[in-house]
Design a protein around this ligand. Structure first.
Ligand SMILES: [Fe+2]
Length: 286
């Protein structure tokens, strides 16, 4: 069984908290659990939070959080990280409390994005209530996936395949360097990355999945009516079969909002290689 169970949280520094509140809550149905001048905390399911945004001048990904089952997993991953030249930081009790987890390990990926490995995340006894009626598909699969534009794929393959031991889902030939798609649970991919000439390293998008195509369609209508800037039109992906659109978040990176993603059966899955990322749609407009 894999040590890494799911991509479970995202922490970021953003410039415009108020724009994010409208984008995440009113348009895309996430529950606002904390909103101040400096912070926006979002809930997608029974967890007390899934996305935590802090106000700052420089946009930054502070933590892509990966969930494990206990201290043994954290220690095993910490050792592997050190063996590969990383210098992870074990959270203090105060730091762990601020993430509402029991313990975590923090380090930076080869491009300086924050990464954390945690266990024992808080559940909330009150029901998740979406402002738009959205129901997010997260059970045993985490909040979704992230796709990064990276400076070089090799060190990212070392980190996520050799150290984290995520499974290869497939590749897509989206440029000279193929996109690498990796899974840790039935969700087709929890992280993907590719280096592309002329594209600076950054988070490309965060994908969240809802359980109803109409929820995607209603949010899409709001975006088309001007609630946010569309990045790509509605379309269907080849490798994970997701029907989705891409929209620019207030931070510049995009969010993919989708329905119907493929789930992997670990016993029978064989990685493939696709020549395109889309069956139809996903026309770039942004
Ligand atoms: Fe995606």
């Amino acid at each position: 069984m894999r040590r890494i169970r799911e991509f479970g949280y995202l922490v970021a520094t953003v410039r415009d908290i108020d724009a994010w509140k409208v984008f995440a809550g009113d348009v895309h149905g996430m529950q606002i659990v904390e909103h101040t001048e400096d912070r926006l905390k979002l809930r997608l399911d029974e967890r007390s939070w899934r996305i935590d945004l802090h106000r700052g001048e420089v946009e930054h990904i502070d933590a892509v959080g990966w969930e494990v089952r206990g201290p043994g997993d954290i220690e095993a991953i910490e050792k592997k990280l050190r063996d590969h030249g990383y210098t992870p930081h074990r959270a203090t009790a105060e730091e762990a409390a601020s993430r509402e987890v029991t313990d975590y390990l923090a380090f930076e990926d080869p491009d300086g994005n924050g990464v954390e490995v945690y266990y024992g995340a808080r559940r909330d006894q009150t029901p998740f209530i979406s402002p738009t009626g959205a129901r997010f598909v997260t059970k045993n699969m985490g909040i979704g996936h992230v796709m990064f534009a990276v400076s070089s794929s090799a060190p990212f393959r070392e980190l996520y395949m050799d150290i984290f031991e995520l499974g290869l889902s497939d590749f897509i030939d989206i440029g000279p360097d193929p996109g690498t798609f990796l899974h840790c649970n039935p969700r087709h991919h929890s992280i993907a990355f590719a280096s592309r000439p002329g594209v600076a390293p950054r988070l490309g998008h965060l994908m969240v999945q809802v359980d109803d195509m109409d929820t995607v369609g209603r949010a899409y209508d709001k975006v088309l009516d001007g609630a946010a800037a569309l990045g790509s039109t509605l379309g269907k992906h080849t490798n994970d079969e997701m029907v989705s659109y891409y929209v620019k978040t207030p931070s510049g990176w995009e969010m993919e909002y989708g329905y119907g993603g493929l789930e992997i059966d670990e016993e029978t899955w064989v990685p493939g290689r696709w020549s395109a990322a889309h069956f139809w749609g996903h026309k770039r407009v942004g």
